[in-house]
Design a protein around this ligand. Structure first.
Ligand SMILES: [Zn+2]
Length: 224
């Protein structure tokens, strides 16, 4: 193992620290947008808060959930992060001109929180970064290290994340109704641009058709 040098450790450490720092900064940014929105008088979040407390009750979720909205061109999308302890932040982005069932989007995101997907999110890309670091320490070869990280991401993390999406869809369908979730996914399908083939390999979200089919299969008796 003559390749293991202090330099390898230093390079790996720097890369890992930079990734950890930027992920943390991303989470804080979402937290800040949500905190500003909580106090904003421009757009009333009252209606959304009501939906959230109702859904939290149905999901038996006792954690704090804050909501934020940021205007962007395109359809409304949502993501959830957990910054610390019991605080979750749901950020909706997009344009309010696009019709979307916000109730379903929120149900899906809160389902992630109730299913504890947000708590295990370090498993996601951070694991690939860690694999990169270890592979680089062992081989001092950037190409090999990147390859190891890419394989980890596509073979292990992507399927895991996609499984979580199916679970969140199912839970959302339980509390918002399967037909509403299917209608929302159909709408997303019509408005979303298809991903390039390479990106689909690493997308945390399974193809929308598969998500619709899973809900159909699971709730077939309730829908028909
Ligand atoms: Zn999701």
């Amino acid at each position: 193992m003559e390749n293991i040098t202090g330099r390898n450790f230093a390079v790996s450490g720097l890369v890992l620290a930079w990734i950890a720092f930027s992920r943390q900064a991303e989470r804080r940014e979402i937290e800040n947008i949500c905190r500003r929105f909580e106090h904003s008088t421009v757009l009333s979040s009252g209606g959304w808060r009501k939906i959230i407390s109702e859904q939290k009750r149905k999901l038996r979720l006792t954690d704090n959930v804050f909501i934020g909205f940021e205007h962007q061109e395109g359809p409304i999308n949502a993501e959830i992060v957990q910054t610390s302890g019991e605080d979750h932040y749901v950020l909706l982005t997009g344009s309010v001109e696009h019709p979307i069932n916000v109730e379903v989007l929120l149900a899906h995101e809160l389902a992630h929180a109730a299913l504890r997907h947000t708590r295990g999110s370090w498993l996601s890309s951070d694991l690939a970064a860690l694999i990169f670091g270890v592979a680089y320490i062992l081989t001092a070869n950037v190409i090999l290290a990147i390859l190891a990280a890419v394989l980890t991401e596509s073979l292990l993390i992507t399927p895991l994340r996609q499984q979580e999406e199916f679970e969140a869809d199912r839970k959302a369908a339980e509390i918002a109704g399967p037909q509403k979730v299917i209608d929302t996914l159909e709408l997303l399908k019509r408005t979303e641009k298809p991903l390039p083939v390479m990106e689909t390999l690493f997308s945390s979200h399974p193809p929308i058709d598969q998500r619709i089919k899973r809900i159909h299969d699971y709730f077939s008796t309730a829908i028909s």
